[in-house]
Design a protein around this ligand. Structure first.
Ligand code: E4P
Ligand code: PEP
Length: 361
């Protein structure tokens, strides 16, 4: 005889667990005056670059993902020194990615599984993430992240100067709605197939007010009513096995942005499909972008570089004591000395020309 399962709710839900509220996490780790100043300066500098009021390029540079706070802090100390050296031409923002969108499955980042052992201690992940962002901002480094889970900005966006919406979520209404309320500028990647239309549609959506379901600081389900975010821009990351950082692709992107009547602000992601996922190719992309600027490009405002202390990537071992310090556990990265060399080269190449371009005031 056929047995019928009468359960109609939570059929596929194993369990739920109540989390700390955003307000309680912030009360445990409040924004210090120094960190606040760093966030304000970071956001305003990037807005000024997007508005053509600051001649510099902004570079989002750092590990593909953060899994080890000590390595992230060591990286940050080096980046801070470099940022000072190149500050006349390049504004360096540290890539502090805690949430990884996966093509299928895999480790989803420090917030989701901080112990990297499928224990999914999100409560711990939120604490570690907020603490690290506070520490980095207190060092005077502006931080960038990918806004993936629509709830996590409530916990730490007050410490973020620039956000990305990734290639897998640029077309998602949920992510466009969330971005319309984010306090930082937001870069929308082109789709994984290389299509730019989804990112341009995102810009047209995100600049408008939205009302949607979310959580408030007290952790209550709420209607979130937003003003719209005027500081959206596209990020070219290549796709479908082809790059799109070259001057022809950039010119085509400019034409599409102009047709959509949105500002011609383009960021180039030197990694992902623009480097065919070979991190060693990223400095070549950086150099090509420098040459485009020397030859008169007016639309490129920033770059993204995946970089860590050590070159390459590693799989997460079952025995975590076997993890190699300072090496990515997601996409491959260039190492620190290559990063330093490539950024200094860009600075020396562009230092004279940048003050003469894009200035609106
Ligand atoms: O930047 C990171 C990865 O490209 C992205 O998270 C997808 O990774 P995956 O294809 O290894 O899942
Ligand atoms: C996931 C990322 O990129 P993309 O969305 O372009 O694949 C990333 O920058 O970490």
């Amino acid at each position: 005889m056929m047995t019928i399962d009468m359960q109609i709710e939570d059929v596929n839900v194993r369990s739920t667990e109540v989390l700390i509220t955003p307000a309680a996490l912030k009360a445990e780790m409040p924004l210090s005056d120094t960190a606040r100043a760093s966030v304000i300066e970071g956001r305003q500098t990037i807005r000024n670059i997007l508005d053509g009021k600051d001649h510099r390029l902004f570079l989002v540079v750092g590990p593909c993902s953060i899994h080890d706070v000590n390595a992230a802090k060591e990286y940050a100390q080096r980046l801070k020194v470099l940022a000072e050296q190149v500050k006349d031409s390049l504004y360096l923002v540290m890539r502090v990615y805690f949430e990884k969108p996966r093509t299928t499955v895999g480790w989803k980042g420090l917030i989701n599984d901080p112990d990297m052992n499928d224990s999914f201690d999100i409560q711990k992940g939120l604490h570690i993430g907020r603490r690290l962002l506070l520490d980095l901002n207190e060092m005077g480094l502006a931080c960038a992240t990918e806004a993936l889970d629509p709830m996590s900005p409530q916990y730490m966006h007050d410490l973020i100067a620039w956000s990305a919406i990734g290639a897998r979520t640029t077309e998602s209404q949920t992510h466009r709605e969330m971005s319309s309320g984010l306090s930082s500028p937001v870069g929308f990647k082109n789709g994984t197939d290389g299509g730019l239309k989804v990112a341009i549609n995102a810009l047209l959506s995100v600049r408008n007010p939205h009302s949607f379901l979310g959580i408030n600081g007290a952790g209550q389900v709420a209607i979130i009513n937003t003003n719209g975010n005027a500081y959206g821009h596209v990020v070219l990351r290549g796709g479908d096995g082809k790059p799109n950082y070259d001057s022809v692709s950039v010119t085509l992107a400019e034409k599409e942005l102009s047709k959509a009547k949105v500002p011609s602000n383009i960021m180039i992601d030197c990694s992902h499909a623009n480097s065919n996922k070979d991190p060693a190719l990223q400095p070549l992309v950086m150099d090509n972008v420098s040459n485009q600027i020397l030859e008169g490009n007016q639309s490129i405002v920033g770059l993204m570089i995946e970089s860590h202390l050590k070159f390459g990537r590693q799989d997460i071992p079952a025995d975590l004591s076997q993890l190699e310090y300072g090496k990515s556990v997601t996409d491959g990265c260039i190492d620190w000395s290559t990063t330093e060399e490539a950024i200094l080269k860009m600075h020396h190449k562009l230092n004279d020309i940048l003050p003469k371009r894009r200035q609106t005031v």
